[in-house]
Design a protein around this ligand. Sequence first.
Ligand SMILES: Cc1cc2nc3c(=O)[nH]c(=O)nc-3n(C[C@H](O)[C@H](O)[C@H](O)COP(=O)(O)OP(=O)(O)OC[C@H]3O[C@@H](n4cnc5c(N)ncnc54)[C@H](O)[C@@H]3O)c2cc1C
Length: 430
Amino acid sequence: MNVLIWFRRDLRVTDHPALAAAAGAPVLPLFIVDPAQWALPERSARQWDFVAETLTELREDLRRLGAPLAVRIGDPVTVLAKLCRLHKVGRILALAPRSAAERAEDRRVADWAREAGIAWEVVAEGEAETVALQAVSGVEPGPIPSARVLRLAEDRCAHRQAGGRGRGLLLLESFLGSRGEGYRDCDGPASGERGCSRLSPHLAWGALSRREVLAAVAARQAERPGGGWGRSLAAFQAALTRRAVEVAPDEDGDPALLAAFAAGETGLPFVDAGMRYLAATGWQTARMRGLLAAVAVQHLGLPEAAAGRVLARLSTDYDPAIHWAQMRRVAEGRIANPLALAEELDPAGSFTRRWLPELAPVPDARLQAPWKWVGAGRLLGRRYPEPVVDPASAARAARDRLRWRMAEEVLEGLDPPRRPGPAAQLRLDL
Ligand SMILES: Cc1cc2nc3c(=O)[nH]c(=O)nc-3n(C[C@H](O)[C@H](O)[C@H](O)COP(=O)(O)OP(=O)(O)OC[C@H]3O[C@@H](n4cnc5c(N)ncnc54)[C@H](O)[C@@H]3O)c2cc1C
């Protein structure tokens, strides 16, 4: 019986139990580009470009094993139905879904498959041997579409990470070989660029499996059990095994504030520098993402969903299963202090100055609060915006809102928002 392997956020041939389960039968490996998913506001061309590069490499890896990847554009059920009919497929295998949207899609596929008399199996992630494949004959691989073909808006990201498993493996090697030693203390926006693993887009799209990265970490731990390496590897392991739960986005917010936040034009220099860095690279450290999300939700009062969509669209590694859980954690967490955090993470101001060249005339002492500078009148509202909120009173208002919300939830008999425990806490300052 011909077997179709449906690739989704598992773009690899190693550690792929669904591929291994199909061994012996003719297989049709498939990736479906669903235009409805790619039209969502949290999706962007930078994400697709990364995926397209990863698919190109996956196609080559699968071709070497014996069955190249087919790529089709369309609604998943329609595409699957057509391919099953054309190529006499009787069984479809896929790895388990990770997000609510994927789980909903799986329910639709299961209903259709039952009606159509096709076996539909979801296989759990895990270790698996890479096996030689026999291709279903007569399948046109089909082009991997460009972002333009998918009608994704133009999206300049000058320093985007390149896709492909090979790139991911190189990052893993350099991280475990040298870059990772100071990982535990690398949460500033400048040090994090080199000191973090930068594996997130590769993990988000499954070009590397979490299991194989954890196995490589364990091997390194055996070589370097203590000291800086020991602490950093333990912290990295904790990040990799953090639970990812999706919280569905639902609301919109004040369009002017949202636009200022998205453009890095809030008038709060460290926040704007962080947003402009994210826009230019598609990546940020966890601590900076926490600050950006916190300022958006707490100080600017933007709904979690609207702020989350802006951050998601700019992130090459957007992963719904991680992203919305983190947004919720930040929204319910401690109130951030962007000025204090700027002082801690960018004490010399070099990161802020690099991404906000218009602040060149502002002296160091006023860099993070240019409205207090005597020359502010020549700069603010002209080359750089006035702050859209006063950080201190916005923080007080956010604290009051959070207290009210907790009180209301207790009155309604619900659990108050859980505060993260010390180990998991985003280190945002009060
Ligand atoms: C508001 C907010 C939104 C976020 N959205 C995303 C997202 O869409 N995609 C994403 O991959 N990460 C997201 N994160 C988590 C984290 O910021 C990134 O994983 C990290 O910055 C990616 O860089 P890295 O690969 O160098 O991470 P490293 O620090 O080297 O960590 C290694 C891997 O561990 C995993 N990881 C790290 N932190 C977390 C976490 N808190 N929860 C679950 N897994 C984690 C990631 O897969 C990451 O690649 C978000 C964090 C916040 C605060």
